[in-house]
Design a protein around this ligand. Structure first.
Ligand code: TXA
Ligand code: MG
Length: 336
């Protein structure tokens, strides 16, 4: 079922949600696979539909910052971040209240909260009267869904339906900040950048796992950081450097079998591959973020043995793009 992005469509979707069904919804970051966060059976169905490991908690979406207190114990930082960045692409982790079923938080005593900016998401929360537990709408481990078509590709009959809100504006999942303990930590980079958050919390640190593969004995701060993510099914290799150097590397390393290249706009002519897709201009991470998952999904459908991704390191939103690409490649990122 595809619901239109109208009051009628949203009302029908809200009804399905209240009955305990799964409803995919657009947000400004990526589509979410939503369930009533206070209904443990509905939340269990989210884990089943995605094939999501039970140790990976979900984000609870609320319509207004004032609802934080219903589900969590917010501290001063939470109020200040909410004032600055909500509604928007930022998730905060706080000590949870008992009203949140433990399946939502995967047994942890904390809960992730986000107040999305997308008008359809907010209207759905408001009309249904449910806080919505929603992970990104993709099969676990695969690139997130940024259009209603992506969602239907992954879930078809396994959900009550999707509200079509067109392509997502950010295209990358929200920034996740843990506010547990005395030292706030950025667990996942997104469109709200570490630099912006430091305007509010100067002591913010960035979790090592954002840009590095953790050793087996290192503490994992967020279960989501431990799982393989955003990954096409074939071997995927990242190449950091100019298009010229990336093309040279591929020419001297590509062995048997067809391969694909994901590169920056206007640089296609450097490469010779069985399939080439671009994901925005070099140096424009916001544009890259918006197109990244669509490009990865497109290549995942191509019959190739290997995907090479020409990438760049960056700060700001560039850190978020780099983080997703690192995981797509299983940390196989080579400087060329
Ligand atoms: O933009 C987004 O955040 C999207 C849209 C739908 O809102 N949602 C999303 O959810 O990306 P998901 O489930 O794909 O990612 C949630 C991340 C995971 O890495 C998870 O481990 C982490 O947040 N997380 C959730 N609750 C947590 C908690 N209590 N402690 C630590 N990490 C948590
Ligand atoms: Mg996800």
């Amino acid at each position: 079922m595809i619901w239109s992005n109208t009051y009628e469509g949203i009302s029908e979707a809200a009804e399905a949600l209240r009955k305990g069904n799964l409803v995919a919804l657009p947000t400004e970051t990526v589509y979410g696979l939503g369930a009533d966060a206070l209904n443990p059976d509905a939340v269990a169905a989210v884990f089943r539909a995605k094939g999501r490991p039970a140790d990976n908690p979900l984000i609870v979406h609320i319509a207004d910052a004032s609802e934080m207190e219903k589900y969590a114990y917010p501290n001063e930082w939470a109020y200040r971040l909410a004032e600055e960045f909500w509604p928007g692409p930022l998730t905060v982790i706080l000590p949870k209240r008992d009203i949140i079923p433990s399946i939502v938080s995967a047994g942890l005593d904390s809960v992730a909260l986000r107040c999305p900016a997308h008008p359809v998401a907010r209207e759905l929360i408001r009309v249904s009267g449910c806080p919505i537990a929603a992970p990104s709408a993709n099969i676990s481990g695969k690139p997130s869904g940024t259009t209603a078509e992506h969602v239907l590709h992954d879930f078809k009959e396994r959900i009550a339906g999707v509200i079509d809100g067109g392509p997502c504006a950010c295209g990358l999942e929200s920034t996740v900040v843990s506010l547990l303990g005395d030292h706030p930590i950025l667990l996942r980079p997104g469109f709200v950048t570490p630099e912006q958050i430091r305007q509010v919390i100067p002591s913010l640190t960035v979790a090592k796992a954002v840009v590095e593969e953790l050793g087996k004995d290192e503490a994992i701060l967020s279960p989501g950081l431990a799982h393989r993510h955003y990954a096409p099914s074939c071997e995927t290799i990242g190449l950091i450097g100019s298009a010229e150097n990336a093309a040279e590397y591929i020419a001297s390393h590509a062995t048997e079998g067809p391969y694909a290249v994901m590169c920056f706009d206007g640089e296609e002519s450097f490469f010779c591959a069985d399939r080439i897709v671009t994901y925005g201009h070099r140096g424009t991470p916001a544009e890259q973020g918006e197109r990244l998952f669509d490009a990865l999904r497109f290549l995942d459908e191509a019959s190739v043995c290997r995907i090479y991704i020409n990438a760049e390191c960056g700060d700001g939103v560039g850190l978020a793009v780099y983080n997703r690409l690192l995981r797509s490649c299983g940390f196989r990122m080579i400087r060329v």
